[in-house]
Design a protein around this ligand. Structure first.
Ligand SMILES: Cc1ncc(COP(=O)(O)O)c(C=O)c1O
Length: 426
């Protein structure tokens, strides 16, 4: 764009904004992939791309038993379980919701379950439980608010609750909920503590199942674990897995007792598994363990910190306090005069994908994930693009420049940095 361009002439003498607008219109190298700054799905490691294309095997043959055995072994290592003989892990073909529903429908029987909810995914657990469990109790606080622990303690004393279930990382706000305190309360009141939903925290946050008295945790392949979508898993205490057969089945496909029986007796899954995804999951777990669980968690947290420092420098405000946040995601308040839809569209033009808020957060926040194969260069690129786009949108809103029509989802042209994984298409 030249200074003669009519879009430039609508600018009223602000040189800083002018330069940004011109730069934003003049990117001319192409990234050959989207950068997924989301809480999942994520950009996967190259090693997973080859793993998913491994040989064709049959799930009723020893090859699959070995594959599943290796995944289970590695899942127990991921959770850093000290007394490994007391825990087992089943893998389900289905996204995170499948593992959540498997737990909610399999562990309660005719008993009473208390769901703790402070967001969208807590609400989903409640909805799922209402389908399967007649005695479903709910303690609900507003989305993005921390739980009131004395309220939960009092509720457990006053009611006959068999199972307490909650979401570990409430992805809608980015809040990490406290496991140790709630686990201790459940134990003190003789209830089984189930962190039904570790879908967006497992692989990035320490979950000490033993210390927190957790009976079962669910998660999925496609978030902090770093693999493709389509698989989920449940890690649980063997004693509790064994007890599941006492309950009448409430579903066929997602009955955890059946998964456990097949695992125990055959080392297999009850139904046909998505075998290529199992190969990829196995590779993702190998990658995590090779790096070291704690080292990896520290790396993810450092990446979140880098993003957060950069976004604070842009005067952006976060939805919740940083000490309450999970390390995989930052939920950011949308600045005045900026539309989230336009922000996402403009970032998409630059090959960057972010999330927008849902439910009561719709239009008010956007979410930036930092898991998967994102480099420090990608983070810096994101921050520069975000600054560029926010200035552009604010300038447009103030009618300092004429709106630029979004180009759609085409991949944006960028200068190729040294040592970046983002390949440049010639
Ligand atoms: C905390 C949490 N639970 C459950 C889900 C649902 O997982 P899926 O879409 O893989 O079924 C999500 C998805 O974002 C999530 O973040």
């Amino acid at each position: 764009m030249s200074l003669r361009d009519p879009r430039a002439r609508t600018y009223h003498g602000r040189a800083d904004l002018m330069i940004l607008v011109m730069l934003s219109l003049e990117h001319d190298l192409v990234l050959d992939k989207y950068l997924l700054f989301t809480p999942g799905p994520v950009n996967v490691a190259e090693s997973l791309r080859s793993a998913i294309c491994k040989e064709d095997i049959c799930h009723r043959e020893p090859d699959f038993d070995d594959l599943l055995g290796s995944i289970e072994h590695k899942l127990l290592s991921l959770f850093q379980i000290r007394n490994r003989a007391r825990y087992r892990a089943v893998v389900i073909t289905g996204s995170g919701t499948a593992a959540n529903e498997a737990i909610v429908s399999s562990v309660v029987g005719r008993g009473a379950i208390l769901i703790l909810s402070n967001g969208e995914f807590g609400a989903r657990l409640h909805k799922t439980s209402l389908i399967h469990n007649k005695q479903t109790h709910l303690i609900e606080v507003p989305w993005g608010a921390p739980f009131d622990l004395p309220q939960i303690a009092a509720y457990l004393v006053a009611h006959d609750i068999d199972v307490v279930a909650m979401v570990h990382h409430e992805t809608c706000s980015g809040m990490l909920n406290p496991l140790a305190q709630i686990g201790a309360m459940a134990k003190a009141n003789g209830a089984l503590f189930v962190v039904v939903d570790g879908v967006s925290s497992v692989g990035a946050e320490v979950i000490d199942m033993e210390a927190c008295h957790i009976a079962f945790v669910s998660s999925s392949s496609s978030k902090a674990i770093g693999s493709y979508p389509g698989l989920s898993f449940v890690v649980g205490r063997k004693k509790q897995f064994k007890r599941l057969k006492r309950h009448a089945a409430k579903t066929t496909y997602l009955n955890l007792a059946t998964f456990y029986e097949f695992l125990k007796t055959r080392g297999q899954t009850p139904n046909t598994p998505a075998i290529p995804l199992f190969f990829a999951l196995e590779q993702a777990l190998t990658n995590i363990l090779r790096e070291g669980v704690i080292k990896r968690y520290a790396r993810i947290k450092a990446r979140a910190d880098l993003l957060r420092v950069g976004m604070r420098r842009l005067n952006l405000e976060f939805l919740i306090k940083e000490e309450d946040m999970c390390s995989i995601l930052t939920t950011v308040r949308v600045p005045p005069s900026v539309s989230v839809r336009a922000l996402r569209a403009r970032l998409r033009e630059r090959s960057i994908i972010i999330y927008e808020g849902k439910g009561c957060f719709s239009g008010k926040v956007f979410q930036v994930g930092n898991i998967g194969e994102l480099s420090d260069y990608d983070i810096r690129y994101f921050l520069a693009a975000l600054k560029d786009v926010l200035l552009l949108l604010q300038a447009e809103a103030a009618e300092l420049v004429a709106p630029v029509r979004p180009k759609g989802a085409s991949l944006v042209r960028l200068p190729a940095p040294q040592n970046t994984r983002a390949k440049v298409v010639s």
